[in-house]
Design a protein around this ligand. Structure first.
Ligand code: UD1
Length: 418
C-alpha cells in the first residue's frame, strides 16, 4: 500500500499547470462508444479513474491507445454490452456507460455501482429517465438488465434534482434516439457543456447545454472527432488551498477562472489576493488566513461539493470560525475526523460542520476517506508541524495526476513510499 510522507511548513511558490478535468474526461470517454470511428481525446488526465474507463472500453471491444495526454478510442470493434462486476466496482461513475452502451447496442448488462464513501449514491434518476426514453430495465439482485426495442424515443424528462450523472446518461442515450428529447432541470456543470461540445463535434444536435433546459434532436449516426478536455476546476481549487494554507504564492495556468467564480470570493474572504485573467489565476496568501463565514455547497454555479473538503482543510488554521453546509451529499464530512487527528477543531452535525481555526496543526498518521477528503489531508499536512503520513492514497490517485510531484516542484517536501 502506498502512502505519502509530508514534512510540513514549507511555503508553496511557483507555477503549476492544471490538467484536464476528470469529471469531464470520464463521460467523454463513455461517449466515444457512440461515435463510429476514431475519437482523439486530448488533455486527458493520467488518473486511475481514466484507466478504469479505458479498461471498460477495451473490454467492450474498442481499441484504445494513449500517447502523452491524448487518448485515442476506436469504437468500431464494439462487440459486447456488459460490464463485469469487477470493472463496475473499480469506479462508481461507470454507471455513465449505461446510456451509451444501450443506445449503441440496444442492450446493457451491469451491476449497480453500489454504495460509496459519500453515502448512498442512488441511481433512481438515471433509471427513471432512461425508462422514459423507452429502455426496459430490470433491477434484480444488484444487477441491471436493460433492453431497447428498436430505437430509444425522445421525450420530455423533468429531473427532480439536477443530477450531473443522470443528465449525462440522458444525453448519451438521447443523442441518437428517435425524435426530440427535452431535459428540464438539467445539471448546468461545465463538464456537461464539455460533454455536449464533444457530442456536437461528433454530429449530435444539442441546444441549451449549460442551461436548465437542454434540447436534443436525435440523429442517426455520430462520427469520431477530436476534442480537448476542459481544465479541472477542482484540481485548481485544491492547488489554491494548498498555496493558501502555507502562506504561499502560486500562478495556476491552463485554468478557467469562470468555472470557479463562486469559489474565488471564499478565498478572498480568507485574505488571499487573487488576480484572474484569461486562462490563468494568481494567488498570494496572507500570513494568517481569516475565517470564511459560510460555505454552502450547491449545484453549479454554486459552490461545488468537491471543493468543500480542500476548503475546509484550508480554514482549519484560519483566524476565527468557519461554517460549512453540505447540501449535495448526505455524508461528506468523513475527512473532518482525520483533520482532527492533525489538531483541527471541527464539529459536524448532519449537513453542518463548524471549523474553529487553530494557530497550528501537528503531523500525525491519517487515512484518506475519499478522493477530495484525501486531498484535504495532504493540504493540511503541508501546514502541519512535523511529519504527516497519509495512507489509503489510492483515493487521491483516482483524481489527481502527479499531485506530490507537482507540490514538490512548488517547494513542498513529500515522499511517496510504496
Ligand atoms: C458528479 C461528480 C462528483 C460531484 C457530483 C456533484 C463525476 C464523475 N462525479 O457525481 O465529483 O461531487 O457530480 O457535483 O462527474 N442523486 C439521486 N439519484 C440519482 C442521482 C443522484 O438521488 O439517480 C443524488 C445523489 O445522491 C447526490 C445528488 O443527487 O445527493 C448529486 O448527485 P449527482 O449530481 O448525480 O452526482 P454524480 O453524477 O454522482
Amino acid at each position: 500500500m502506498s502512502r505519502l510522507i509530508i514534512e510540513g511548513n514549507h511555503r508553496l511558490n511557483g507555477t503549476v499547470s492544471i490538467n484536464g478535468a476528470k469529471n469531464s474526461a470520464l463521460p467523454v470517454l463513455a461517449a466515444t462508444l457512440l461515435a463510429r470511428g476514431t475519437s482523439e481525446i486530448h488533455n486527458c488526465p493520467l488518473l486511475s479513474d481514466v484507466a478504469a474507463s479505458v479498461r471498460i472500453l477495451r473490454y467492450l471491444g474498442c481499441t484504445v491507445s494513449r500517447s502523452g495526454s491524448c487518448v485515442t478510442v476506436d469504437s468500431l470493434g464494439l462487440c459486447r454490452s456488459d460490464i463485469p462486476d469487477t470493472l463496475m466496482r473499480e469506479m462508481r461513475s461507470s454507471i455513465v456507460f449505461l446510456g451509451a452502451i444501450a443506445a449503441r447496442t440496444g442492450e446493457a448488462h451491469m451491476s449497480f455501482p453500489g454504495g460509496c464513501e459519500l453515502g448512498t449514491r442512488p441511481i433512481d434518476l438515471h433509471l427513471s429517465a432512461l425508462r422514459q426514453l423507452g429502455m426496459e430495465i430490470i433491477e434484480e439482485r444488484g444487477r441491471l438488465e436493460c433492453k431497447v426495442n428498436g430505437r430509444l424515443k425522445g421525450t420530455t424528462i423533468a429531473l427532480s434534482f439536477p443530477s450531473v450523472g443522470a443528465t449525462e446518461n440522458i444525453l448519451l442515450a438521447s443523442v441518437t434516439a428517435e425524435g426530440t428529447t427535452s431535459i428540464l432541470n438539467a445539471a448546468r456543470e461545465p463538464e456537461i457543456i464539455d460533454l455536449c461540445k464533444y457530442l456536437s463535434r461528433c454530429g449530435a444536435r444539442i441546444s441549451g447545454a449549460g442551461e436548465s433546459a437542454v434540447t436534443v434532436e436525435g440523429v442517426d449516426t455520430l462520427y469520431g472527432c477530436s476534442h480537448a478536455v476542459m481544465p479541472d476546476r477542482i484540481e485548481t481549487v485544491t492547488y489554491m488551498a494548498a498555496a493558501a494554507i502555507t502562506g504561499g504564492s502560486l500562478v495556476l495556468k491552463s485554468v478557467n477562472p469562470e468555472h470557479i467564480a463562486t469559489v474565488l470570493p471564499a478565498f478572498e474572504e480568507a485574505g488571499c489576493n487573487i488576480i484572474s485573467s484569461d486562462g490563468e489565476i494568481s494567488i498570494v496568501s496572507p500570513k494568517r488566513l481569516h475565517r470564511i463565514r459560510s460555505v454552502r455547497t450547491m449545484p453549479y454555479p454554486g459552490f461545488p461539493t468537491d471543493a468543500q473538503a480542500p476548503t475546509m482543510a484550508m480554514v482549519t488554521v484560519a483566524d476565527g470560525t468557519s461554517v460549512f453546509i453540505e447540501n449535495i451529499f448526505e455524508s461528506r464530512y468523513k475527512h473532518a475526523g482525520e483533520l482532527m487527528r492533525l489538531g483541527a477543531r471541527i464539529k459536524t452535525e448532519g449537513r453542518v460542520a463548524v471549523v474553529e481555526g487553530v494557530p497550528r496543526l501537528s503531523g500525525a498518521q491519517v487515512d484518506c476517506t475519499d478522493l477530495r477528503g484525501g486531498a484535504a489531508l495532504v493540504i493540511a499536512g503541508l501546514a502541519a508541524d512535523g511529519i504527516t503520513e497519509v495512507t489509503q492514497i489510492h483515493h487521491i490517485d483516482r483524481g489527481y495526476e502527479k499531485l506530490e510531484q507537482n507540490l514538490c516542484g512548488l517547494g513542498a517536501a513529500i515522499k511517496r513510499v510504496e
